[in-house]
Design a protein around this ligand. Sequence first.
Ligand code: CDP
Length: 231
Amino acid sequence: MSNKIIIAIDGTSSTGKSTIAKRLAIRLKYVYIDSGAMYRALTFYAIQKEYISKTHFESNKLINDIPNIYIDFKQNKETNKFEVHLNGVSVEKHIRSLSVSNLVSKIASIGKLRKPMVKIQHFLGSNKGVVMDGRDIGTVVFPNAELKFYLDASSELRAKRRFKELVDANHDISYNEVLNNIILRDKQDISRKNSPLRVASDSIVIKTDDISLDQLENKLFSYVTPLLSKK
Ligand code: CDP
């Protein structure tokens, strides 16, 4: 039987983590978990409840609601893609909007909100055979993950990529809005007290500026293969 591992992919915003994590998961027949989608779903909930806006954040109200907020991933039968569900309903279509992107890092900075998300992430990774991407997967969620990657690229390139993705998905957005959001989120994610974005000491750091997705996939996969044949 093959030796299942946990692959953690962390890094700054829009470095291609989720695209490459999905590709690895398909190739390995592993489960892909987008941990950022969980924080985005929580943010979407808080916006709907009017607990958070550009000008205010009632974190205690959101913390009090946690026992009634259920976040999980289910496969869409039409597209076969795994989508994040909030209290039983797919919120995948709503969580990539700029209104969520602009507030998610505030929500993700609260330790009492991170804790229940990490609990779900631990559960999802309990049988291994998982590729999970995020900000703290290799440092906090799975510090013993067999393989850790940290992806980074210039802000301008990341903004260009994300802008194209959003325009392709019919979002009405400007390049500058995307760039500003990326810069702000990175700053918030790196400087927060709880589980800040850090390079784990045993992470393989990869710059994704001058590399195609196929090259990146093959590069990451070259680290995976030797681990699968071990034991
Ligand atoms: O895809 P993108 O790089 O834009 O970000 P994401 O993975 O969807 O994550 C959205 C936000 O959630 C990040 O900017 C972080 O503030 C937060 N996050 C986190 O704090 N910890 C994680 N493990 C994943 C995301």
